[in-house]
Design a binder for this molecule. Structure first.
Ligand code: GLC
Length: 800
């Protein structure tokens, strides 16, 4: 263990002075007298990779996190030296490397501000137990510096003053500050002097981050093996840091089908078939929109993956079809543990083909999960992933399952210390054989990847849908995720809010929580407040454990049912808005939720805010997080905002009281925004959209808004069959001008827009479309400040 070694310096070894330097295009190598090599790769003007070896030889350069699609290339690269330093200059940053000991300092190339500087810098301890090194890095925390990111940590947004561990862990009923939990995303952003940078420590061993906890002005990170291998990503905008990290570790390989952004209902477990049907029928009867229904482990025969319980689900194909006819997509759980059972074909095949993980001395890795004793596929082997992906043929192609939920993939093992594999288990790691110490954090990721490959293959020409519990950096390329086994308490509503925001600023936007809480039972008020939050999360699913009572939207009486319906309906109305945000995420890496600090880092008021967040680009939301509340105080970021419910305009940059009875919550829309809405549907595709509602929020000045649409599923959008509308709004005292630029070849089903004008400061007396004055009767100007017009316009003038 290395706890406190930073303090004691016991056993720490350090690089000595540089004796040689080599430049190979964008790769710069510095060798020290004691045999340490630092390799700096200039990936982009704003991204440097730092890699150290203490043996004179680098390991095979392989990473599960970095995508081959990451952008590369820079505008400028120059290396100079003075007496003390080598100096690397790109168009965005300047990096000094000390000739004495390899310590680095990085500056903004434009104004020379110091951004990030090593304290001890790279150092290491040799590990007698495992061989290799415990690799360490420490940096000086700049005055007033704040820290954000690290994935699913259940703590306040700003990480300063805390220490964290990255080791994916099954964490039933975790709580605030429990660490580590299900995911390992060793990426953080630092922010000081209005400038932000990020560090991605791409090391899959158990790793640690200390943000000024051990020492007040020092931030450090270390791992129990592997290389000191990290990427420095410069902003100075935090949003650029996140975008560049996401570019490096990958954006989702495709857009999710629109239905996956609808509401999902889950429980451990809905069975038998009649129970599933009762639930789905109730949704339709009560007219509460829902797109997906989940089958948890009890649908299987003795928890054997890829089987069905004959008693409970005698004819799955028929059932899945009947559900589909009613608009429900069936999603099933698949865990990694394969039951040891010689009569079970998946087990037999895995055994025959030698696909299961083994211990160091040869026995199989045997562990207990839901089915009892199991073996576990080694998902770090490409051949095993290929096999696994093919196991989905029947489920998806034949039975018609539309999505797969991967759980217990930390991997979780019951009744053993550490709740997972022992360290000595062997893995292929893409032909770089290693122990579980190195493969643990990516095991779940590789399982989700194999599942994704199967879904992609057998869902074709539709898009795949996967959900995973465990994840490492880069997992967002393949799958969505949820935050695991939370609890039905008010504090967990807060935690869910923090986790979703944090995952979004860690490159992983397709995230949600078990709405209402997995363990224990919420009361109606907590459930309703959680739904209000949940409809603003990219993945929106109620899930709960069966032994704690019912948790469907109607389980808490009519008042609550009505509130829940109202908010799920709002989710469905906002689908084109959310889909556009998703498109921006998949296209550009822009997070779907933005914590206020990510939205406006220049306003130092945002640096410690937790509850408020921006949904997409223009909507500000803030959940009510306690019982019996009729509203709350919240911080409104700078700018002017419309209260979503009342259209009252308020100025931001201040904390305010906002009313929010149980059937309401604080929601604001940025002035100048154009928010697209669909009619309420019980499921995506229920209705042909015959008019697009555009909520237009008047602003004195300019604002841009985008609306992205396509066929809602399939791959035609990649061939250009999408519709992207870029609206430019310009508000003047007596006039509102909207220009529309349309691109893409997709033809939407609707012919008209219905504009709903909010906050217009004048009475309309004239409307001009594409230079022609339009008679009121042609545009159907309604008394309520709505007007209907042809979707093809390029320039609209609404005049006093
Ligand atoms: C785990 C999952 C939970 C699931 C249960 C049974 O606890 O996190 O979502 O319902 O296992 O499969």
């Amino acid at each position: 263990m290395i706890l406190n070694t930073e303090l004691e310096y016991k056993g720490n070894l350090f690089p000595s002075k540089i004796i040689s330097y080599e430049k190979n295009l964008n790769v710069l190598s510095f060798t020290t007298e004691n045999g340490v090599i630092l390799e700096v790769t200039v990936r982009r003007d704003s991204i440097l990779r730092f890699r150290f070896t203490t043996t004179g030889i680098f390991e095979n350069d392989f990473s599960y996190a970095i995508t081959k699609y990451a952008s590369r290339g820079y505008n400028h690269l120059e290396v100079n030296e003075n007496e003390e330093n080598y100096i690397i200059t790109t168009s965005k940053l300047i990096c000094h490397i000390s000739k004495l000991d390899l310590r680095t300092s990085i500056f903004d190339a434009i104004d020379n501000t110091l951004i990030c500087e090593d304290e001890l810098g790279f150092h290491w301890e040799e590990s007698y137990e495992h061989g290799g090194n415990i690799v360490k890095m420490s940096k000086i925390s700049q005055p007033g510096e704040s820290y954000y990111g690290l994935g699913d940590k259940p703590v306040d947004n700003n990480l300063k003053g805390k220490r964290f561990e990255n080791w994916v862990t099954d964490s039933y009923a975790y709580g605030r500050d429990t660490d580590p939990i299900y995911k390992a995303i060793p990426f953080y952003t630092g922010l000081h002097d209005k400038k932000s940078y990020g560090i991605f420590f791409d090391n899959t061993f158990r790793s640690f981050f200390d943000f000024c906890q051990e020492r007040r002005n020092i931030t450090s990170f270390w791992a129990q093996g592997g290389e000191m291998n990290y990427y420095f990503i410069y902003g100075p905008e935090m949003s650029d840091v996140v975008v560049n990290y996401t570019d490096l570790t990958g954006k989702p390989h495709e857009l999710p089908a629109l239905w996956t952004l609808g509401y999902h209902q889950c429980k451990w477990s809905y069975y038998p078939e009649s129970n599933v049907k009762e639930i789905t029928a109730k949704f339709r009867e009560l007219q509460i929109p829902c797109d997906a229904i989940y089958l948890d482990i009890d649908y299987m025969e003795g928890f054997r993956c890829f089987t069905w319980s004959k008693d409970h689900f005698p004819d799955p194909k028929r059932m899945v079809k009947e559900l589909a006819d009613d608009g429900f997509k069936t999603i099933v759980i698949i865990d990694p543990g394969i039951k040891i059972d010689m009569d079970y074909s998946v087990f037999q095949e895995g055994l025959e083909k030698d696909y299961f993980c083994k211990r160091a001395d040869g026995p199989y890795m045997k562990g207990k999960v839901w089915p009892g004793e199991c073996y576990f596929p080694d998902f770090t082997k490409p051949e095993v992933r290929e096999w696994w992906s093919n196991l989905f043929k029947e489920l998806v192609e034949d039975i018609g399952v539309k999505g797969v939920w991967n759980d217990m993939n930390e991997p979780a093992v019951m009744d053993v210390p550490g709740k997972t594999f022992p360290n000595d288990v062997r893995h292929d790691y893409e032909g770089n054989p290693c122990s579980h110490r190195k493969a643990h954090n990516v095991y779940g990721m590789q399982m989700a990847r194999a599942t994704y490959q199967g879904l992609k293959k057998f869902s074709y020409p539709k898009r795949p849908f996967v959900i995973t519990r465990a994840a490492y950096s880069g997992t967002q390329r393949y799958t969505s995720s949820w935050t695991g086994d939370n609890v039905a308490t008010w504090d967990h509503l807060n935690i869910a809010n923090l986790q979703a925001q944090r995952m979004c600023m860690s490159g992983f936007s397709f995230i949600g929580s078990d709405i209402g809480g997995f363990a224990e039972q919420p009361n109606g008020e907590l459930y309703a407040r959680w739904i209000q939050l949940g409809i603003f999360h990219p993945f929106c699913r109620t899930h709960s454990s069966g032994d704690h009572g019912d948790q469907e939207p109607w389980a808490f009486g009519d008042t609550i049912t009505n509130v829940v319906r109202k908010f799920i309906e709002l989710r469905y109305q906002l689908l084109p808005y959310l889909y556009t945000a998703f498109w921006r995420y998949a296209e550009e890496g822009i997070p779907i939720l933005k914590s206020l600090v990510l939205y406006d880092q220049e306003d130092s008021q945002t640096h410690y805010r937790n509850d408020e967040f921006i949904f997409g680009e223009k909507i500000l939301a803030c959940p009510i997080t306690g019982p019996n509340q009729k509203g709350r105080r919240m911080y409104i970021p700078r700018g002017r905002w419309y209260n979503f419910w009342t259209d009252e305009v308020i100025s931001g940059g201040q904390e305010l009281w906002v009313d929010a009875d149980l059937d309401s919550m604080p929601i604001f829309v940025k002035e100048g925004a154009i928010v697209p809405k669909y009619p309420i549907q019980q499921y995506v595709g229920e209705k042909v959209i015959d008019e697009l509602l555009l909520d237009v929020y008047y602003k004195l000045g300019k604002e841009n808004s985008l609306v992205y649409e396509d066929a809602t599923d399939g791959y035609d959008y990649i061939k250009g069959r999408y519709s992207l509308r870029d609206f430019k709004l310009l508000g003047k005292k007596n006039e509102l001008i909207i220009q529309q630029h349309k691109s893409g070849k997709f033809i939407t089903t609707y012919k008209t827009f219905k504009l709903s004008l909010h906050g217009l400061p004048f009475k309309i007396s004239k409307v001009q479309v594409d230079n022609e004055e339009i008679l009121f009767k042609d545009i159907k100007l309604n008394g309520d400040n709505t007007l209907v017009l042809n979707k093809e316009f390029t320039e609209l003038h609404i005049m006093a």
